[in-house]
Design a protein around this ligand. Structure first.
Ligand SMILES: Cc1cc2nc3c(=O)[nH]c(=O)nc-3n(C[C@H](O)[C@H](O)[C@H](O)COP(=O)(O)O)c2cc1C
Length: 311
C-alpha cells in the first residue's frame, strides 16, 4: 500500500490496524492478524489498577512475544497517578505503543469515570495523557469516540488537547457514546479531527474490507484505518484479496489460528472462546452452518483441529 503511517519514530508496514476488542484480541489473534498483514495490533483494554496491583488475570492479558511487534497495549483507568504508574510498568515490557482508552461505552467502565466518560472531562483526560507520557518513552496513542452524544461532538478539540498533552496519534471510532455500536459512522467528524491536529489520525468504524479502508483514507485524509469486528473469523480483511470464498481456504485460515492458540494457551480452559472464534470463519458461506454446529458441539480443541483437517 502506498500510504505510510508513522507514529512518532515507529514506521508501520501497513496503515491497517487491528482494533482493541475485549475478549478477542489476545496474543494468538494478534499474531494471526500480524501474519496476515495488519500493520499494528492492539491488546484488549487492560486495567491500570490490575497492572499496578499485579493481578494474575491482568498479567496474563499482557502476554506478548517479539514476533508480534509492532503491538500496542491499551490501558484504561481514570486515576492519573495509577495510569502513570501503569505506563511505567508497560515501558519495561516489549510493547511498542501505549494506548489510552477514552472511547469504551460499557457502563462498568464509564461509571468509574474511565473510557468514553473521559470525553466529558477534558481536563482530567489531559492530566491522564500527560501523566502517561511523562512515565514512558514509548509513543502514546489515544482512542476516542466522536463525543458523548449528538449535542456534544467534541472529537476535533479533544484530539487537539490530546496532541498538546503529548499524544503521538489519535484513533477515532466515528460514533458517540450514546450511539453505542448502532447508527451511522460519522466520517465527516473524523475528517474534521484530521484537519485539527498534526499527529496521525486513525479512522475506525464498520470498515469490513481492505479496499473500503483504502477508499476511506483517500476520502477523509486519515493516516490509517482500524478494523475491529470485521477481522473476527476474517484475518484476510488485512489483505487486498479479502476473505476466500471456498471452505477449504477458510479452513486453512482457521487451522493457522488454532495452531497459534495451541502454542500459547491451555485450550481446555478457553474452549468456549475457541468455539466462538472458530465458528466465525464460516459465516455467509455454503455449508457453513453445518460446520459451525459441529464446532459448537466439539468437546476439545483437537476435535476442532481434526474437523478443520477433514475439509
Ligand atoms: C466485543 C468488542 C470489544 C471491544 N473492546 C474494546 C476495547 O477493549 N477497547 C477499545 O478501545 N474498544 C473496544 N471495542 C471497540 C472497537 O475497538 C471498535 O472501536 C469498534 O468495534 C468499531 O470498529 P469496528 O466497526 O471495526 O468493529 C470493542 C468492540 C467490540 C465489539
Amino acid at each position: 500500500m502506498e500510504k505510510q503511517l508513522k507514529i512518532k519514530s515507529l514506521r508501520l508496514e501497513s496503515p491497517l490496524i487491528l482494533a482493541p476488542l475485549a475478549g478477542y484480541t489476545d496474543l494468538a489473534f494478534r499474531l494471526l492478524c500480524h501474519q496476515f498483514g495488519a500493520g499494528l495490533c492492539y491488546t484488549e483494554m487492560i486495567s491500570c489498577h490490575g497492572l499496578v496491583y499485579q493481578k494474575e488475570r491482568t498479567l496474563r492479558m499482557t502476554k506478548t512475544i517479539s514476533e508480534e511487534s509492532p503491538v500496542a497495549l491499551q490501558l484504561f483507568g481514570s486515576d492519573p497517578d495509577m495510569m502513570g504508574q501503569a505506563a511505567a510498568l508497560v515501558s519495561d515490557m516489549p510493547y511498542d505503543i501505549i494506548d489510552i482508552n477514552m472511547g469504551c461505552p460499557v457502563r462498568k467502565v464509564t461509571k468509574k469515570g474511565s473510557g468514553a466518560a473521559l470525553m466529558k472531562d477534558s481536563r482530567l483526560a489531559a492530566t491522564i495523557i500527560s501523566e502517561v507520557c511523562k512515565n514512558t518513552n514509548l509513543p502514546v496513542t489515544v482512542k476516542i469516540r466522536t463525543g458523548w452524544n449528538h449535542d456534544s461532538i467534541v472529537a476535533p478539540e479533544f484530539a487537539k488537547m490530546a496532541e498538546d498533552n503529548g499524544a503521538s496519534a489519535i484513533a477515532v471510532h466515528g460514533r458517540t457514546w450514546s450511539q453505542g455500536f448502532g447508527g451511522q459512522v460519522d466520517w465527516q467528524t473524523i475528517s474534521r479531527v484530521k484537519k485539527n491536529v498534526s499527529i496521525p489520525v486513525i479512522g475506525n468504524g464498520d470498515v469490513d474490507t481492505y479496499h473500503k479502508a483504502v477508499q476511506l483514507m483517500a476520502k477523509t485524509g486519515c493516516d490509517g484505518i482500524m478494523i475491529g469486528r470485521a477481522a473476527l473469523g476474517n484475518p484476510w480483511v488485512f489483505t487486498p484479496e479479502g476473505i476466500p470464498s471456498t471452505l477449504t481456504k477458510r479452513m486453512a485460515g482457521l487451522k493457522r489460528h488454532l495452531e497459534i492458540i495451541q502454542e500459547f494457551n491451555n485450550p481446555d480452559k478457553i474452549l468456549p472462546k475457541i468455539r466462538n472464534q472458530a465458528g466465525r470463519y464460516f459465516k455467509g458461506i455454503a455449508g457453513g452452518s453445518s460446520i459451525r454446529r459441529q464446532i459448537y458441539e466439539a468437546k476439545s480443541l483437537d476435535e476442532i483441529i481434526k474437523l478443520a483437517e477433514s475439509i
